[in-house]
Write a protein that binds this ligand. Structure first.
Ligand code: PLP
Length: 398
């Protein structure tokens, strides 16, 4: 890279820092391009991407099928609020319903982000059940808007904004007796992740998740599954609930559904019944650009067999990581290509060491390294990730 190019990006990065809201701290490289599981920064250096836009790039960056769909749709019509019909939205809703049909999914609400999908699901559960209470899980993360934040557990996100929405309680994830005790006459919904992502890649068990579903049925509450991070092939199934044969009442999707074009969706199950008209809405929800991108993502997922690939590569990767037998590692867990490495120490230095070796990864809580590579990542790149983790762990001080 020439020094002029370096100055170029330094000046716009400085300008970005001067004009940002300040809610983020940026530590990584300034990114300019992505192809598949590779990212390039402004200086021309390449990285293997195990962040994937925080779990957004399941089909990889700049997938030609997705690029073509976005380009074509942008040339036709980008905005068409749901007060009008649109073919791409019609197609997307039908495909999502078909994908969820065996679990009783019948309808779809379209929106623009994970938090919006959670807000919509909470509102639907409340309006239909007539009950305001929501039981969520400790270590759960559901977004930053006021309703989703009320369901999020981490104090540092919640406390500055109290009072939040009333009626929310949190119980330990995985403890059915505590969930049982928390569901009362006023509980309209139980909101859970199938794998707690931000909370440290903690995989729910069949006993817990099926038990939660049974309790909801018994007490007349709705089961909302937040699959914003686990959905669209990430765990080796289109939806992570498929691993556990669940029939959720509402499923929240976002992130990877449109490969980075902002989107959210709520899948609505057979038990929910009619949602009264006009109780919710979104100008951009189901817009043709996002819907076309999502339809292309679903094509790629199917045509390239990415669920099976995530399951196979994820199994391999976990086995290779376990074989490292590092004294710094407490546990390796996950499903498909959603993998958490729990350390016996803080994760920050490992993230930094990996970056210096050309691998971008995320923390999940204070001690967990989270790997969310695009499902199209090559086996050679995954081997390079394992080698970088091995070398970085060895470099950590005792
Ligand atoms: N739900 C889960 C499980 C998430 O992981 C996230 C984001 O990380 C959200 C909801 C919020 O999604 P968004 O940032 O698109 O609002």
């Amino acid at each position: 890279m020439s020094s002029t190019q370096e100055l170029d990006w330094q000046s716009w990065a400085d300008s970005e820092d001067q004009t940002t809201s300040g809610v983020y701290t940026k530590q990584g490289p300034p990114l300019v391009r992505g192809v598949g599981a590779r990212l390039t920064d402004a200086s021309g250096q390449e990285f293997i991407d195990c962040v994937a836009g925080i779990g957004t790039g399941n089909v990889g960056h700049s997938h030609p099928i997705v690029v073509a769909a976005i380009q074509h749709q942008a040339s036709q019509l980008t905005i068409c609020p749901e007060i009008f019909h649109h073919e791409e939205r019609a197609k997307l809703q039908r495909r999502l319903v078909d994908l969820g049909a065996s679990a009783g999914i019948e309808r779809v609400f379209c929106c623009n982000s994970g938090a919006e999908a959670v807000e919509a699901a909470l509102k639907f559960a409340k309006i239909v059940s007539g009950r305001p209470g929501v039981v969520a899980a400790m270590r759960g993360f559901h977004g930053r808007s006021m309703g989703a934040l009320s369901a999020t557990w981490e104090k540092k996100y919640r406390e500055p904004f109290e009072p939040l929405v009333p009626g929310f309680s949190h119980v330990p994830y995985g403890k059915l007796d505590r969930l049982d005790a928390a569901i009362g006459d006023e509980t309209g919904a139980v909101l859970l992740e199938v794998i707690q992502g931000e909370g440290g890649v903690r995989v729910g068990t069949a006993e817990y998740l099926q038990g939660a579903q049974a309790l909801c049925r018994e007490r007349g509450a709705f089961l909302i599954l937040d699959e914003v991070q686990t959905g669209i092939g990430r765990t080796g199934r289109t939806f992570a609930y498929e691993h556990f044969d669940l029939r959720p009442d509402l499923v929240c999707l976002a992130k990877s559904l449109a490969a980075g074009v902002p989107i959210g969706a709520v899948l609505i199950g057979e038990r929910l019944g009619a949602i009264p008209g006009r109780v919710h809405g979104s100008t951009f929800g189901g817009n043709p650009l996002a819907a076309a991108a999502a339809n292309a993502v679903l094509d790629v997922l199917e045509d390239e067999g990415l669920c099976a690939r995530a399951e196979r590569l994820g199994g391999q990767l976990r086995a290779q990581l376990r074989a490292l037998e590092s004294p710094h590692v407490r546990e390796i867990r996950g499903l498909g290509l959603m993998i958490g490495i729990e350390l016996k120490r803080k994760v920050g230095p490992l993230v930094t060491a990996l970056r210096s070796r050309g691998v971008l990864a995320l923390g999940a809580g204070a001690t967990v390294l989270r790997l969310l590579p695009p499902l199209v990542i090559s086996e050679a790149d995954l081997a390079a990730v394992v080698a970088a983790i091995d070398a970085s762990l060895k470099e950590l001080k005792e």
